[in-house]
Design a binder for this molecule. Structure first.
Ligand SMILES: Cc1cc2nc3c(=O)[nH]c(=O)nc-3n(C[C@H](O)[C@H](O)[C@H](O)COP(=O)(O)O)c2cc1C
Length: 323
């Protein structure tokens, strides 16, 4: 009898354990499938996959807005319209009348306030930034925007509309406000530019090759120099270069490129973040400082702490790709 009872107990225990496993597995599957299909609503209410691209624009008279919408549609991106806390009235934008817009554009320190809360930009890697040309430049509210968010490691692609002016220096003058971002070349469009033209621009731009640096597989935001050495590096990196680096002097990582690039050495003090060509055939990444004759290749847009953490140890392999 005792034996029968213990067999029944063992059977019940096995059954309970099995039931426990099944219910746990069911919970896991449910939570997995939820995270794979998480969606959010676009401005038009249609659900879509959340992504890392956002179109941010300011449009006072409505010319830039449709272009921003086309980009959003083509890339299935999110969109955010910058509005001024104190809206621009008709009188405020009557240019060449010493109107509010004229005065702001002439005032280096003008930073018109943005209405409401900014979205959480930490989930976006790429920002398409649209604006009208105001006296040859981006409106100062765009400056306010760039100074209000953390742009580290993000790619920013400016676009603008104007009556006739080119994008000119308007985009380049924004770079210093987000020096830690990767800026792509901007583009000016005439008011009324079609969806097709915007689509063509996006296709051409996304096919553009970029020179990319990876340290042990992490992509590093780099502002590359425009010189013959970097052009030659691009050619070399078209087939992907991998360089085993060695720590030297407690301030740099150095590695042989395996070939010589054109050089234009200058006496300089290289500092943390700088990427230079040494002796024509070695690449040097600085996490400290040193004075020598080098050719500048670029600069890593990361904080001193991040650069030190990345580079101040052995067994560093860098990969450079031009793809
Ligand atoms: C204050 C102000 C300054 C402007 N300055 C220029 C300019 O320098 N060059 C130009 O071609 N258009 C200029 N424009 C025209 C706008 O760039 C053009 O109408 C633009 O498409 C407006 O875009 P939006 O409708 O999205 O605001 C100016 C407009 C304003 C209101």
């Amino acid at each position: 009898m005792k034996r029968i009872i213990s067999i029944i107990l063992l059977f019940l225990l096995t059954l309970l354990t099995f039931a426990g496993c099944v219910s746990q597995k069911t919970v896991e599957l449910t939570s997995d499938s939820k995270s794979n299909s998480e969606t959010e609503s676009g401005a038009d209410g249609t659900p879509r996959e959340s992504g890392g691209v956002i179109v941010v624009y300011f449009s006072r008279t409505g010319n830039t807005r449709p272009l921003a919408e086309y980009i959003k549609d083509e890339l299935n991106a999110d969109i955010y319209a910058i509005e001024a806390k104190v809206p621009y009235t008709e009188n405020d934008i009557k240019y060449y009348t010493d109107c509010r817009a004229d005065r702001e554009q002439n005032d280096r320190s003008a930073r018109p306030e943005i209405a409401g809360e900014l979205p959480d930009f930490s989930k976006y890697n790429t920002i398409y930034l649209g604006y009208p040309i105001w006296h040859g430049q981006a409106p100062k509210i765009i400056y306010t925007f760039l100074e209000s968010i953390n742009t580290g490691g993000k790619t920013i692609i400016p676009f603008c509309t104007s009556a006739s002016s080119p994008i000119g220096s308007s985009a380049v003058n924004l770079h210093s406000l987000a020096a830690d971002a990767q800026w792509k070349e901007g583009r000016r469009f005439a008011p009324g530019t079609t969806r097709e033209a915007i689509k063509d621009w996006l296709t051409t731009m996304n096919a553009q090759k970029e020179l990319k640096l990876f340290i042990n597989d992490s992509e590093i935001p780099v502002k590359w120099e425009s010189n013959a050495s970097v052009e030659a590096l691009k050619e070399l990196a078209a087939r992907e270069i991998t360089v085993a680096m060695s720590m030297y002097g407690g301030f740099e990582q150095v590695g042989a490129l395996g070939t010589s690039l054109p050089r234009n050495d200058e006496e300089m003090t290289a500092n943390y973040g700088d990427i230079v060509l040494y002796s024509g055939n070695q690449i040097v990444l600085f996490f400290g400082s040193n004075s020598w004759a080098y050719t500048r290749l670029g600069h890593m847009n990361l904080s001193k702490e991040n650069i030190t953490e990345l580079l101040s140890h052995n067994e560093i392999i860098i990969t450079i790709k031009y793809q």
